[in-house]
Design a protein around this ligand. Structure first.
Ligand code: ATR
Length: 277
């Protein structure tokens, strides 16, 4: 299969209408004058394998994958990166000219790249990190924090067995606390990350005790709607460094765009504005 003259890419999900990816990739394509297209693809579970295998023949060079297909695509791809295997999920597919489909997971990269860009003085080795929540996003966040060199991750989740399972997968530098002890985890940590859906529009607020937030701590939230969650507002009032969750979403898109369209895109104010429109 030769590279198509007008490369196509898209995001596969169900539903997919809410995805910010078409706005972001569309912005980058226009900004760099690249002749290509990026489209939302709403695909149900039963059609997933057939649609993915048909995409390269239609001129697609790759695709992002979102809920609920991030696990299932690992079985459809010919090869998965170590990171995708560790995550048990992929969010980026690349269709090679020899017909092979590669699956990768860029969520951990996105999380870390966002912190490095928005909080350049952040020193992960300064002390433990506290991770609130143990869902799919937490897995990427914990892997990223350990890779960045935090001495320990204190993990707390409403459903404790899910936290224990993550620790079993991700290693001994993860310590599990009960959800009722979340305030202690926040107090002990130098880096605090919310990976739960609490605080998102339409969801209840995150109500863990936050008196342990002190100046110098780094606090970030993977929720990006609203941008300034209650956690970030309280942290800012307490003098912490705060980073919102939109940057993670933008940065996780960078490796795919670069592979498919041959240009490493900037995550800057313009890119943020493009998805917030
Ligand atoms: P994602 O893949 O985005 O992480 P998820 O796998 O559905 O989404 O995980 C959502 C996280 O938010 C989980 O940690 C969940 O806690 P449980 O494992 O106990 O379900 C957490 N969460 C959602 N609603 C919550 C609530 N009302 N109180 C506490 N935690 C909540």
């Amino acid at each position: 299969m030769t590279r198509p003259a007008i490369p196509l890419a898209g995001v596969i999900g169900n539903p997919v209408g809410h995805s910010l990816s078409p706005g972001l990739h569309g912005h980058w394509l226009r900004r760099y004058g690249i002749r290509g297209h990026y489209v939302p693809l709403q695909v149900g579970e039963d059609d997933l394998a057939q649609v993915i295998r048909a995409l390269p023949r239609m001129g697609f060079v790759g695709a992002n994958v979102t809920i609920p297909h991030k696990r299932a695509v690992l079985d459809i791809a010919d090869q998965a990166s170590d990171r995708a295997i560790l995550m048990g999920a992929a969010n980026t597919l690349t269709f090679l000219e020899d017909g092979r489909i590669l699956a990768d997971n860029t969520d951990a990269h996105g999380f870390l790249a966002n912190l490095r860009q928005e909080a350049p003085d952040w020193d992960p080795s300064r002390g433990p990190a506290c991770v609130l929540g143990a869902g799919g996003a937490a897995r990427a966040v914990i892997a990223a924090l350990l890779e960045a060199g935090v001495p320990e991750v204190i993990l707390t989740n409403r459903t404790r067995p899910k936290a224990e399972a993550l620790r079993a997968d991700l290693g001994t530098r993860v310590r599990v606390l009960d959800w009722v002890q979340a305030g202690n985890a926040v107090d002990e940590a130098e880096t605090v990350v919310n990976t739960t859906s609490l605080g998102m529009e339409g969801q209840p607020e995150l109500r863990v005790p936050l008196d342990g937030l002190r100046p110098g701590k780094l606090v970030t939230d993977i929720v990006y709607a609203p941008l300034r969650t209650r956690l970030l507002r309280v942290a800012e009032d307490e003098g912490c460094t705060t980073v919102d969750g939109l940057g993670m979403l933008l940065h996780q898109a960078v490796p795919g765009f670069e592979r498919w369209f041959g240009k490493r895109p900037e995550v800057d104010r313009e890119a943020r504005d493009a998805v917030l429109k």
